[in-house]
Design a protein around this ligand. Sequence first.
Ligand code: FDA
Length: 279
Amino acid sequence: MFLASRFVAGKTAQDAIAAARRVNSQGMNAILDYLGEDVKSAEQAQKAVEEYIALLGLIHESGVRAAISIKVSQMGILISRELCVGHLERIGKEAARLGLFIWFDMEGSGLTQKTIEVFTALRENYQDIGLCLQAYLVRTGGDFDLLMRNPFTVRLCKGAYKEPPNIAYAAKAAVEGNFRMLAQKALQQAGRGVYPAFATHDLIEYIRDLVREKSISLDHFEFQMLYGIQNQKLAALAKDGYRTSVYVPYGSHWFPYFVRRLRERKENLYFLVRNVFKS
Ligand code: FDA
């Protein structure tokens, strides 16, 4: 776990609440994620649901400013869609009762369509939910337009999974180009049912320029960054009056999340190797 501690707040929900408190004290909101994915047993999915129900209670009791983020593969979509939707209904009901927000993470492309469908089904009953879309996927522009028929809260990110070149842009410039295009579209509708969250440590100046140019209210969108990555830069944005959230993962199943963070930046691998040899 010590290797992942730069990116993961700790093992328990209490650790995540403590991290949320630190983040809040710097003017930022938190998004708490109980680590876990690709769940193949109903017991494991049930355990994740109970954890999220308890987490919602803790957020409410502690008074921290925090939302939660879930993954459909942790909620049992690989077992059955009904099971997954049932679990999400339960979490949705509890979050609505406590006035808390739920983000849907976007996983590998094998789950894109299913995640969109489950999100769309949940939207019929719950308002305070948002969906992550990935700029590296060629399909995302079309998904965005379809989803926009009923304006929604969207988290735009570049995308963190290994995807084949026939469905995903490989070149950094192409991913960024698509991100910019999606950001423009989302900001055009910001404040009119669409609330965009820009989940990136990059392209911040681009978005700030766009917002200034179009005179968009700072209440109509937000910036989001990952725990342990450029959080001081995000705190500075919060100080400048921007809405901001830090995505705070916690739990014991940190390995796949950690590997995605290592892949994003080769310097992280050098850091890892140095620490492994030091210990
Ligand atoms: P880029 O990778 O170009 O990074 C820009 C700069 O940020 C780098 O130069 C470096 O300084 C710093 N940086 C970025 N990653 C780093 C790392 N791992 N370690 C150290 N420094 C790093 N993806 C997904 O597929 N599904 C999802 O649901 C989400 N959810 C999500 C939520 C939030 C709040 C964020 C911020 C990101 C995600 N992502 C995600 C991850 C996202 O797709 C992407 O992989 C990372 O944000 C890195 O991309 P950037 O846009 O930051 O650009």
